[in-house]
Ligand binder design. Structure first.
Ligand code: HEM
Length: 263
């Protein structure tokens, strides 16, 4: 794990873990029905997968963190009423969506990349490829681009026409939950504690705001002290200036260095 370039973030990266397989297996198969298939778009939109991969690769090349952000976007979609792209929906007169939920607001990223993919797909095969499938493939392609493992994504998910702020607030795990609450949150979605630990390996890529781990490094004692000291360097005990969660990420050179760091 290596420091980020500003005082509100730390950056973490490693070779991607097998937890990705688990995540996509459970969400890709367990929450969806039997008609999903990996070649769902073979005849209806044969260039779907290559189009998605191309946009993802360009986006992650431009900003490596985007790979982590797209992976998280898929997780936050799937954890709230399944992998149905509900996370992408803006508020309407009839519902308040998930974008402004505590774990998502000023934090979840990658919407523009998904919009670009959708727009390209609409131009080559209008109305065919679901956003839920785009999110799932984009997460996989991001991990692959960052030198992680690959897996087969089952396709044919349908997009939701509604979203729920309250479900997002109550079902997504918070960084302030204790272990038993975290285990419960994952158990509610069919995951064991072992699954949860494996999936948490996803945090070996990406960034987090200081506010999400300040309490842990300053107030708690059951943490590796050298790690806490290391983190304090870029995370002051009190917030100084308001920090945007969308600050400029570390330069590419530092991210490249991080790819060989394993925790
Ligand atoms: C165990 C429960 C989890 C909690 C409490 C949690 C919490 C968080 C928090 C607080 C952040 C930082 C957000 C910010 O500062 O803007 C984060 C980032 C991230 N999370 Fe999780 N998360 C959990 C599980 C997962 C899972 C299951 C995945 C994927 C399979 C995942 C993938 C990521 C990624 C890739 C990032 C970095 C995103 C970026 O840099 O844009 N997380 N998570």
């Amino acid at each position: 794990m290596v420091m980020g370039s500003n005082n509100s973030y730390y950056y973490y990266h490693c070779s991607m873990c097998s937890s990705m397989f688990l995540f996509l297996f459970v969400f890709g198969n367990g929450m969806a029905s039997a008609q999903l298939s990996s070649n769902y778009y073979a005849s209806s939109c044969p260039r779907a997968l290559s189009t998605i991969q191309s946009v993802v690769n360009n986006a992650v090349l431009k900003e490596h963190r985007m790979g982590a952000s797209l992976l998280r976007l898929h997780f936050h979609d799937c954890f709230v009423n399944g992998c149905d792209a509900s996370v992408l929906l803006d508020d309407t007169a009839s519902f308040t969506g998930e974008k402004t939920a505590g774990p998502n607001k000023d934090s979840l990223r990658g919407f523009d990349v998904i919009d670009s993919i959708k727009s390209e797909l609409e131009s080559i095969c209008p109305g065919v490829v679901s956003c839920a499938d785009i999110l799932a493939i984009a997460a996989r392609d991001s991990v692959v681009f960052l030198s992680g493992p690959t897996w087969t994504v089952q396709l044919g998910r349908r997009d939701s026409t509604t979203a729920s702020l309250s479900s997002a607030n109550s079902e997504l795990p918070s960084p302030f939950m204790d272990l038993s609450d975290l285990i419960s949150a994952f158990s509610n979605k069919g995951f064991t504690a072992t699954d949860m630990v494996a999936l948490s390996g996803s945090h070996t890529i990406g960034q987090a705001g200081c506010v999400t781990f300040r309490r842990r490094i300053y107030n708690e004692t059951n943490i590796d002290s050298s790690l806490a000291t290391f983190r304090k360097f870029n995370c002051p005990p009190q917030a100084t200036t308001p920090t945007s969660l969308h600050s400029t990420p570390p330069p590419l050179s530092s991210l490249t260095t991080l790819t060989s760091r394993i925790w």
